[in-house]
Write a new protein. Structure first.
Length: 458
């Protein structure tokens, strides 16, 4: 259904309306497609790890050094997405269609400006950053060859994520997830072809994995732009007013910058752990990289909830339904506890053989399996932290959301990993990560629910 200017609205009973009906069903309807979408994206990391691992330990270690850098910069796209989605979802909840279109258009324009700066700065500082993480010699050279191409794909990644976030803010998770799955399938198909070569296509090694990612992201960005410009007409490609754009940009960045910092805190913590573990040898770094990639794939339902909580919270808060906001958060927290238990049981039973699929060297497999035996039981705490952060970004309280992210990383993860590294080897570091997850989850759950009740009374 559309209004006179073609902008879509949500009529009574429209499933994209998130302000009525059972909360668990709304979360499931949004998170279900997102599980497949995020799962497809995460599978790309697993596939890259698998095929690059066949090239040897050094290429796998190079990919492990590149992974925290890639995640840190990808967090910028998550931050911009959070800012745009927060403003758009609340405008939809208030029924303000003109304001919705204005904010969406300005958000995309801001995205294009930011991504050009980030890509340029990243390419100029790449060698120094990888060196700080502990990469050197041939491993550093391979990590740079991979990361240079990855940086070229960054603009397409960020545009896709911001467009998809705005589409989800309107209650549509199906098509953004379809785009993510399609992009991932293309990436998975292209990776072994470009890494090992076939027919007239030469073997490109680790650079082939990066080129496959670039190709897939170009296509997904075009699909995502069609949704917001062609289908939903959320974005209007016309310059109107510099002052209006500046106001919108400030609002998006006011949420987006803290959200980006918060999302970057996890890969930054991983980067610190990687640097700490690097002194134990390339086999340990490779094993840690395998385990964290598998972990990233395993927690995808919690990541889907963290992406889905924003539209639910934003629309309901815009409609003055604070009771549904609190219920959505409690429901998501409860799911995290159950899923962490499932993960722990799974990796206790199958962690070793799964890790062995990604490396032919027993020492690498042992390190990965050890991480998977210790950390997954604590991942409910990580899930609560990212879901609470997503909820408060949607509420327009980005500093509180940032505080939840930093509680896990800066207050617990980094200090405990540093202390553990001084006391013993990798096993103690993995135990410290598990403790950090659990302590952060307890504190964030208590504080976030208290703050929602307090905001509702204000």
């Amino acid at each position: 259904m559309t209004n006179d200017d073609g902008h879509r609205r949500h009529p009574a009973g429209d499933p994209r309306d998130l302000t009525s009906g059972p909360i668990w069903r709304k979360l499931l309807r949004l998170a279900g497609p997102m599980i497949f979408g995020i799962g497809a994206v995460m599978s790309v990391q697993v596939v890259d790890t698998f095929f690059v691992g066949q090239l040897g330990t050094d290429p796998l270690a190079a990919l492990s050094f590149s992974f925290p850098v890639a995640l840190t910069l990808a967090s910028v796209s998550i931050g911009l997405s959070a800012g745009a989605a927060s403003l758009v979802s609340r405008a939809i909840g208030r029924g303000d269609r003109d304001r919705t279109r204005q904010l969406a258009s300005d958000s995309l324009l801001l995205t294009l400006a930011v991504v050009l700066v980030l890509t340029t700065a990243g390419l100029l500082t790449l060698e120094a950053v990888l060196g700080l993480l502990g990469a050197s010699g041939e491993i550093l050279d391979m990590a740079m060859r991979y990361s240079r191409i990855w940086y070229l794909s960054l603009p397409f990644l960020i545009v896709t994520m911001v467009c998809n976030a705005m589409t989800r803010a309107g209650g549509d998770a199906f098509w953004p997830s379809t785009i993510m799955v399609s992009s991932a399938l293309l990436n998975v198909i292209a990776t072994p072809i470009l890494v090992f070569g076939i027919g007239v296509i030469p073997s490109l090694g680790i650079e082939g994995a990066a080129l496959a990612t670039l190709m897939a992201r170009v296509i997904s960005s075009l699909m995502a732009l069609y949704l917001v410009i062609g289908r939903d007409r959320l974005v209007v490609l016309a310059w109107r007013d510099l002052r209006r754009f500046t106001r919108s940009a400030r609002r998006v960045l006011g949420i987006g910058i803290p959200a980006a910092v918060g999302n970057a805190s996890n890969p930054l913590g991983m980067a610190i752990a990687t640097a700490v573990i690097a002194v134990l040898g390339s086999e340990t770094v490779a094993g840690f990289g395998v385990a964290t990639r598998l972990e990233a794939f395993a927690i995808l339902p919690m990541l889907a909830l963290s992406a889905s909580i924003g539209p639910v919270v934003g629309q309901n808060w815009g409609s003055a339904r604070a009771d549904r906001v609190a219920l959505a958060m409690k429901t998501a927290f409860g799911f995290c506890a159950g899923w962490a238990l499932v993960l722990a049981l799974f990796f206790w039973a199958f962690g070793q053989p799964i890790a062995a699929l990604f490396s032919a060297e027993a020492s690498v497999t042992e390190q990965a399996a050890r991480y998977l035996w210790i950390v997954p039981i604590s991942l409910w705490g990580y899930g609560i932290a990212i879901i609470a952060a997503g909820a408060f970004n949607a509420l327009g309280k980005p500093l509180i959301a940032l505080g939840y992210s930093l509680t896990r990383t800066a207050v617990f993860y980094v200090p405990l990993v540093w202390i553990a590294s001084r006391l013993d080897g990798a096993t103690t570091v993995y135990g410290a990560i598990a403790v950090a997850n659990a302590l952060a989850g307890i504190l964030v759950a208590i504080d976030s629910l208290y703050r929602v009740r307090k905001l509702a009374r204000a």
